[in-house]
Design a protein around this ligand. Sequence first.
Ligand SMILES: [Zn+2]
Length: 266
Amino acid sequence: MIGQELVDSVLGDVDRIDDVAELEHLALCLRWPFDLPGVDAEWTAALIKPLERRGDELAAGLLVALAAFSHQPLGRQAANAVARLSGRGVVSPLADRVGMQRVVAASRHEIPDGEVVLVMMRRPRERAAQVGTVVIQSLPCGDVIEQVSVKPPVRRSRARKTLRARFRASAPRRLAPRALLERLDAAAEHMIDHVIDLDELSATWLPAVSRALTGRADALPQLWVERPAHDDSRRSSPAGARAARRAERTRAKNRQARAARKRNRR
Ligand SMILES: [Zn+2]
């Protein structure tokens, strides 16, 4: 029943979402605990079934997003549920815009022990853009994905300005999206070798960046996620915005924990 409770608490008083970025964000927040290495179809069905039972346009849209951003078996189950709902005439009006963002520009900024990459992501024929931030930490033996986050949509001109601006004291350099994908892929493999996990916020957003780079849900390997420090807040989180704020709060804690682990490794 864990998925049912989660769906009830997150969607309880939300009737509809008209903004595609908000819909994607909510699906990404719901997704990650069900898209971890080694999870079986029974576990992933715990999320898919209650959404399909809900059976409205919002649920259909969330399922489209889950299909777009998830590894297997979650992605396949979501796609099958989308097909069944569609057979009953339930289709999200946002369906053809979900998962369509593509990285159109990227810039990199050197920081101590690593690099910050900013990506500008945009849907075809749409004016707004979203800026994603990827922090990559360079260890002597390889890279680690330190943090991934994506901001809500802004005007294209503003997104472009963000990519061109100095980040802390570092001037931006252009980065080919292909090079970012290769770096993320190598970093993910390196993290698997060292049993280094993603934090919750990064786990939420990494699939959005990886899909925007490749058009695929499974371009990067699945990574483990740190156990959230507290789990109670979920019960009082009816919407994606609150889930996002919760993720922001845990981010600070996770960062401290990661810093402590890093010190211990040295
Ligand atoms: Zn290493």
